[in-house]
Design a protein around this ligand. Structure first.
Ligand code: ADP
Length: 482
């Protein structure tokens, strides 16, 4: 699987492998150089000492055999190979080759250390010896034939010392091996650490993935724990917030759906009664009552009454759906409240007089300017006043009172009607809610009047309040900006 975990681990491993290999190579080369340099320096000084010794032996005039033994002893003690070479490149002495075999040795004129010594007095080389086995380091020194002009080593021109590098190489290889082991240990450590780090990164992502799967399946009740304040923590917080928002939105949508179907059911129910009645009266008329002068007018009047009721209901329905869908725009302006209220009270005077009720308007001021949508407020107040007249008994007193408080105007509509039981008070502003269904129908209520009034008043950034006492009366109250 090309998971983040594997990718992170692989990156760590490759990177560490590259770094370790590079460091290993550099350090092993440096170590090799260091050791070889040390050996080279040693050989150089030994070549110098040796040339002095040979020179001394020659000076003293030792015979060749003794000088050779002497040189053999030095070579043994110093664990070196000593070779003396003449100006033509032929070996005239070699501590590692018996004198009898000297003639079989190749000419050394073209050996790199000899070529170099010829040019620069001293030369060196590392290679596998052709004469003895093993990797050797050679240092050759040019000596002036004039200094050694003795019968022991006639034509001696190069003194060459060589040492076997096997031991040094063994040490270097051991160091390399240790570096390799250390590198491996580091790699294993990196592998472990990288897997841990990768898991720390990928685990929350896996969790987030699982959560999103759940969200997709519609399960919004899950919450991811926020374990860090880094980018992943922030992501988790965001996803949690998103789920909360989604949950709230869905709940709201569901609620809306419920409200809508409830509303539809209510509307159908409300429409059914007047339509049935209307149909019933029309059917009776069609069945012959139309020709009966004693009843035909009454049936037509009743049919008209229900058609009228249907009209009122439809108007209220259209009104409330326009308000609730946001289609109805308010237009706020300053207007004179008192004249509007006087007019409104006048509009209800007829209906009140019929029930011998009194409607009075009370205010300390003659003119009051308020901010609002005049027509809509008239509609809201009209619905409240209409209820007061409709539900109050005969000879009840209805009062519209205006009070000026600091910065606002309070409007109260009170009646001395039957009052509303407190259990109904919180619900009377709901659509189609009626305390007494039969009574509401009887007086021509639609159950929408207060719902419409509440919407309008709330659109004015205000709230409608109701207080009521059974048998005493009801007061509706709201404030407007002045
Ligand atoms: P309706 O069309 O039935 O009057 P409303 O929304 O206007 O609908 O009022 C809801 C209910 O509140 C009414 O059915 C009635 O029972 C009650 N109500 C409203 N105003 C008054 C009032 N002034 N006195 C007594 N009851 C009232």
């Amino acid at each position: 699987m090309r998971s983040i975990q594997n990718k992170v681990t692989l990156t760590y491993i490759l990177l560490s492998f590259a770094v370790i290999t590079l460091l290993g190579l550099i350090s092993s080369c440096e170590i090799e150089r260091y050791y070889f340099n040390r050996v080279l320096l040693g050989l150089r000084s030994e070549a110098g000492v040796l040339s002095a010794l040979v020179h001394e032996a020659v000076e003293v005039g030792e015979p060749r055999a003794r000088t050779a033994r002497y040189l053999n002893a030095i070579a043994d003690a110093a664990q070196m190979r000593i070779t003396l070479i003449d100006s033509a490149g032929w070996v005239i002495y070699d501590s590692a080759v018996p004198d009898s075999l000297l003639g079989t040795l190749e000419n050394h004129r073209l050996r790199p250390e000899i070529v170099e010594a010829n040019k620069r007095f001293e030369g060196s080389d590392v290679r596998i010896s052709a004469s003895v086995r093993g990797n050797l380091m050679y240092v050759a020194r040019f000596v002036s034939p004039d200094d050694f002009r003795a019968p022991v080593f006639p034509h001696l021109q190069f003194i060459r010392v060589a040492t076997d590098l096997t031991e040094v190489e063994a040490v270097i290889n051991e160091i390399r091996f240790k570096i390799g082991i250390a590198g491996l240990v580091v790699l294993v450590l990196v592998l472990g650490v990288s897997r841990l780090v990768a898991r720390k990164i990928s685990n929350p992502l896996v969790e987030i993935g699982e959560m999103i799967k759940e969200i997709k399946a519609g399960n919004l009740d899950q919450k991811l724990p926020v374990r860090s304040d880094d980018e992943i923590g922030k992501l988790v917080e965001l996803i949690n917030a998103l789920t909360d928002k989604l949950k709230a939105d869905i709940e709201q949508l569901e609620k809306l759906g419920r409200v809508r179907s409830e509303f539809l059911a209510n509307v159908s129910h409300e429409l059914r009664t007047p339509i049935f009645s209307l149909k019933g009266f029309l059917e009776t008329l069609l069945d012959g009552a139309v020709d009966d002068p004693k009843v035909n007018k009454m049936f037509v009047e009743r049919a008209y009454h229900h058609a009228n009721r249907l009209d009122v209901l439809l108007n209220d329905l259209i009104e409330i759906s326009r308000i609730e869908s946001g289609e109805m725009k308010m237009s706020f302006r300053y207007f004179e409240l008192m004249s509007t209220l006087r007019q409104l009270v006048e509009d209800f005077a007829d209906a009140a007089t019929k029930k011998e009720q009194s409607i009075t308007l009370k205010s300390d001021l003659q003119e009051i300017s308020v901010l609002g949508d005049k027509e809509r407020l008239r509609q809201a107040l009209g619905n409240i006043l209409d209820n007061a007249v409709k539900y109050s008994q005969e000879r009840a007193a209805i009062v519209v009172r205006v009070q000026s408080l600091d910065g606002k105007i309070r409007i109260l509509v009170s009646d001395s009607g039957p009052g509303i039981h407190e259990e109904h008070l919180p619900r009377i502003f709901e659509r189609f809610y009626r305390v007494d269904k039969a009574r509401s129908r009887e007086v021509g209520g639609t159950g929408l009047g207060l719902a419409i009034a509440k919407h309008i008043i709330e659109a004015h950034n205000s709230k409608i309040h109701v207080t009521s006492e059974l048998g005493k009366g009801t007061i509706f109250m709201f404030d407007l900006k002045s």
